[in-house]
Design a protein around this ligand. Structure first.
Ligand code: ARG
Length: 457
């Protein structure tokens, strides 16, 4: 493509280090679409003849059909998807293909193609998250009254409902989706027409190509447009946050599925067995979601470090922008799909969850609260009295509500038998009816609002 200036061709090492076609062939659809938008505009502006523009567009369609049928050929000499497509176009339609690259550079071309790719990835990620949210609200609705222990420090804290717990993840994903929407809105400006770095002297119409590719407007600074990879980083940072949330949910399933917990039976379809221990059913999918989060975060770090300190405008370092984004998007799509299946197809052992809530003195706070409201004892003192009751129950190996009234009154004579109504796990969750609290009526409201937001009945 630049043979005019060079006396000899590149060495084998140069060819290999330079080639991005092994990975940027994933951009072929975007490359064809952007080229068609560009040449159509060139034709409309009279920069190339209408006839040549038409020939080139039809040629590009033929190249696309070949890629679709046979895949993109990988010739390192052609370096990247842009040259591969242009070279095949020239083979198909002859020298007129050379007019396609008028008023454009691979620098604005690659920025445009990659933006289009990332925009689609954002949309697909958002669709995946919506499906996962639907699975969460469906299970949450079914388990709005299912009582389980809530934890802090992974120690039993207070009873909550499973529906409430699952809806916590709905909220995380709601914020993640707004991060994606935000990234999409900010990135949706067309770099096409920025050319190599300085713009072009040809009378192009950047508004036309921008609109043809569903961008909101053209970018305002050509130097920025060809050097900007913020859009990829915005996506990766949102992806990292999502992967992080998924890894926490995955971890909950791993813990809940362990035999000492026994809160959940994961679907066979998302579990594996052991080649030596016949009893095993391992939560490999959840573990891989937990693991993949590390790789997604690593991709983000990789691109940030690649971009750090690069002077304007394009430098070849930026060719390394694509592998981390492609890898992260692929891992994320799989992780979202795995967690959607896990949430939708797991069976929760609600008896076991309830027993666990009853075992861990989870209603101790309710006893303290009861002392405050019914006996007018300051909370700090109530906390102390309750601590003594828990200690006694622990010594006797019984639940709090299995202590006799005599035993409780020996700790503090102001306690009367009204206290028992506060000590059941049902009473405990029902009492927490503050907005956003775990009371089943609150959870049902959260679920109803979420279903509405998701467009479910
Ligand atoms: N293969 C290149 C990339 O992915 C395309 C841009 C090349 N531009 C250049 N000035 N060498 O970044």
């Amino acid at each position: 493509m630049w043979g005019g200036r060079f006396a000899e061709g590149p060495s084998a090492i140069m060819r290999e280090i330079n080639a991005s076609i092994p990975f940027d062939k994933a951009l072929w659809r975007q490359d064809i679409a952007a080229s068609k938008a560009h040449v159509t505009m060139l034709g409309a502006q009279g920069i190339v003849s209408a006839e040549d523009a038409k020939t080139i567009c039809e040629g590009l369609d033929r190249v696309a059909a070949e890629y679709e049928a046979d895949g993109v050929p990988e010739d390192w000499d052609l370096e990247d998807i842009h040259m591969t497509t242009e070279s095949r176009l020239a083979e198909l339609i002859g020298p007129v293909a050379g007019r396609l690259h008028t008023a454009r550079s691979r620098n604005d071309q690659v920025a445009t193609d990659f933006k289009l790719w990332v925009r689609t990835a954002i949309d697909q990620t958002d669709d995946g998250l919506a499906a996962l949210q639907r699975a969460l609200v469906t299970q949450a609705g079914a388990h709005a009254d299912s009582i389980m222990p809530g934890f802090t420090h992974l120690q039993t804290a207070q009873p909550v409902t499973l529906g409430h717990h699952l809806m916590a993840y709905y909220e995380m994903l709601r914020r993640d989706r707004s991060r994606l929407a935000d990234a999409r809105m900010r990135m949706n400006e067309s770099p096409l027409g920025s050319a190599a770095l300085a713009g072009t002297g040809f009378p192009i119409d950047r508004d036309v190509t921008s609109a043809a590719l569903q961008f909101d407007r053209p970018t305002a600074n050509s130097l920025d447009a060809v050097s900007d990879r913020d859009f990829a980083l915005d996506y990766l940072m949102a992806a990292s946050q999502i992967a992080l949330h998924l890894s926490r949910l995955a971890e909950e399933f791993i813990i809940w599925a362990s035999q000492p917990f026994g809160f959940v039976r994961m679907a066979d379809s998302l579990s594996t067995g052991s080649s030596i221990m016949p009893q095993k059913k391992n939560p490999d999918a959840a573990e891989l979601v937990r693991g993949h989060a590390g790789r997604v975060i690593g991709s983000t770090t990789a691109l940030m470090v690649t971009m750090k300190g690069l002077p304007l405008a394009y430098s070849k370092d930026m060719q390394d922008d694509k592998p981390p984004v492609f890898e992260a998007a692929g891992l994320l799509a799989l992780s979202i799909a795995a967690m959607t299946g896990m949430v939708a197809d797991s069976t929760f052992n609600t008896n076991r969850m309830r027993e666990a809530a009853e075992l861990g003195y989870a209603t101790a706070t309710d006893l303290a609260d009861w002392l405050v409201t019914e006996a007018d004892i300051p909370f700090r003192e109530a906390h102390h009295i309750t601590g003594a009751a828990v200690k006694l129950a622990e010594q006797k190996g019984v639940a709090l509500d299995e202590l006799s009234l005599d035993e409780l009154q020996a700790i503090d004579e102001r306690i009367d038998d009204g206290v028992y109504s506060a000590l059941s796990v049902e009473a405990s969750v029902a009492a927490r009816a503050s907005y956003g609290g775990t009371a089943p009526e609150q959870v049902k409201q959260q679920v109803a609002a979420a279903r509405k937001a998701l467009g479910l009945n």
